[in-house]
Design a protein around this ligand. Structure first.
Ligand SMILES: NC(=O)c1ccc[n+]([C@@H]2O[C@H](COP(=O)([O-])OP(=O)(O)OC[C@H]3O[C@@H](n4cnc5c(N)ncnc54)[C@H](O)[C@@H]3O)[C@@H](O)[C@H]2O)c1
Length: 350
C-alpha cells in the first residue's frame, strides 16, 4: 500500500489556508499541524482545519508524525524555515518565489541536498490542463522554429493592499513587486514553454502607488537561448486587472493562452486533436485568477496537483516536476530584470 504522508504548514495566512484545503483532498496525505507566529491566527486555523497548532518551529519540526512541510510564510522568510526543516529531516514544498535572492535559494537547496531530503517549489498554474497541452505542443516541435514568446500579467492591486502593513511592497521581504510577487507565475510559464532566457533589457517604474519600495509596472525585452525573442510585462497598476496572456509562436504555429483558456490555437500541420482542443478550451476567461485580488478565482485544486506530484516523487524516489532548481529559474530571470532596470543595460543570465 502507498505510504500516507504526514504534512504540516508553516504560516497560517492567506495561502496557508489554500494549502490546508489542498492537503485535505489528497488520498495519501494527512494534515498534522500548523506552525504560526501569531498565536490567535494559528489556533483559529488549527481549529478550522482540525490539526495541531505550534508557535515554536523546533517543536513543530520534531513531531514524529510529520514527513512533509509546506512553507507559506512571506517570501523573504522562506530560507530560514526551509533550512530548519531540512536539518530536522523533513521534506519541503516552498511557495513562490522559493526565495528572493539566488544565495538564499542556494542555501535551501544545499541544506536539503546535505540532509538527503527533497525540496520542491510551487507554481500552481503549471497544473492547468491548458498549460499541459501547450507544453506538449512545444515538446512535439509543432511550432517549428520558435520565434516569439510573450508574457503579459496586467493585474491590479489597490493602495489598501499595500497599506495593510507587514511585508508587501518591501524589498527586504517581498523581494520585488509586480514581477517578483504577482508576475512570477507568468514569467515561470513563459520560460517553461520557451526555454532558458539568454538576456533581458528592462524598464520598471512605480507609477500609481504610494509608500511602496517596489515596482508596480514593468516592461521587458527578452532574448531566449534558442534565439527566439519576446516580451514580458507585469503590473499591479492596470485597473481593473484582467486575465494573464501568454503567447508562444514559431514559423509553424501560434498559441495564445488567457488564464486557463486558449484564445488562439493554430498550427500549419493540423492534427485531429486540434479541433477537440479548440472546442473545449477556446474562450475568453470569465473570472480572471489573481487579476484584482490575490485569492480571486483561486481554488485549492492546482495546489493539490502540485502537492500530489511532490508526494509521487517521494514514492518514486525522483525529483518533483517543480524541483528546487526548477523553482529557481523564474527568480533568476526576475532578478536579471531588476538589475537591467537599475543599470539601464541588458543583463545576460549565467
Ligand atoms: N501560489 C500562489 O498562487 C500564491 C498566492 C499568494 C501568495 N503566495 C505566496 O505565499 C507566501 C505567503 O503569502 P500570504 O499572502 O499567505 O502571506 P500572509 O501574510 O497572508 O501569511 C503569512 C503568514 O506567515 C506567518 N509567519 C511569518 N513568519 C513566520 C514564521 N517564522 N513562523 C511561522 N509563521 C510565520 C505570518 O504571521 C502570516 O500569518 C508568499 O511567499 C507569497 O508569495 C502564493
Amino acid at each position: 500500500m502507498a505510504k500516507k504522508y504526514g504534512m504540516g504548514i508553516i504560516g497560517a495566512g492567506m495561502i496557508g489556508n489554500f494549502h490546508a484545503r489542498a492537503i485535505k483532498g489528497l488520498p495519501n496525505a494527512e494534515l498534522i499541524s500548523v506552525c504560526e507566529q501569531v498565536p490567535e491566527r494559528g489556533q483559529k486555523f488549527a481549529a478550522e482545519h482540525g490539526c495541531a497548532f505550534y508557535d515554536d518551529l523546533t517543536k513543530f519540526l520534531n513531531d514524529d508524525r510529520l514527513d512533509v512541510v509546506t512553507v507559506a510564510t512571506p517570501s523573504g522568510l522562506h530560507r530560514d524555515v526551509a533550512v530548519a526543516a531540512a536539518k530536522a529531516g523533513k521534506h519541503c514544498i516552498v511557495e513562490k518565489p522559493i526565495e528572493i535572492t539566488l544565495p538564499r535559494i542556494d542555501a535551501i537547496l544545499e541544506a536539503h541536498d546535505k540532509a538527503g531530503t527533497t525540496v520542491g517549489g510551487i507554481f500552481n498554474m503549471r497544473y492547468e490542463a491548458t498549460t499541459k497541452l501547450l507544453k506538449q505542443a512545444v515538446d512535439q516541435g509543432r511550432f517549428g522554429r520558435m520565434t516569439f514568446g510573450m508574457a503579459f500579467g496586467p493585474w491590479w492591486r489597490d493602495q489598501a493592499y499595500y497599506d495593510q502593513g507587514g511585508w508587501r511592497g518591501k524589498w527586504e521581504i517581498d523581494g520585488g513587486g509586480a514581477m517578483m510577487n504577482q508576475g512570477i507565475h507568468t514569467i515561470d510559464l513563459l520560460q517553461y514553454f520557451m526555454g532558458p532566457v539568454k538576456q533581458v533589457c528592462a524598464f520598471t517604474r512605480t507609477l500609481c502607488h504610494e509608500r511602496i519600495e517596489v515596482e508596480d509596472t514593468s516592461a521587458v525585452a527578452v532574448e531566449f537561448a534558442s534565439g527566439a525573442l519576446g516580451t514580458m510585462a507585469c503590473t499591479t497598476s492596470m485597473w481593473p486587472g484582467h486575465y494573464r496572456v501568454i503567447e508562444v509562436a514559431g514559423d509553424r504555429g501560434t498559441v495564445g493562452m488567457a488564464d486557463a483558456k486558449f484564445i488562439f490555437w493554430q498550427f500549419a500541420e493540423e492534427t485531429e486533436e486540434d479541433n477537440r482542443i479548440r472546442a473545449e478550451y477556446l474562450d475568453f476567461p470569465k473570472v480572471s485568477v489573481g487579476a484584482a485580488n490575490p485569492s480571486a478565482g483561486m481554488t485549492p485544486d492546482l495546489h493539490r496537483a502540485n502537492f500530489a506530484d511532490f508526494l509521487a516523487a517521494l514514492d518514486e524516489k525522483r525529483q518533483p516536476s517543480i524541483s528546487g532548481l526548477e523553482a529557481r529559474k523564474a527568480v533568476q530571470i526576475i532578478l536579471a530584470v531588476y538589475e537591467s532596470a537599475r543599470t539601464g543595460k541588458p543583463v545576460a543570465l549565467q
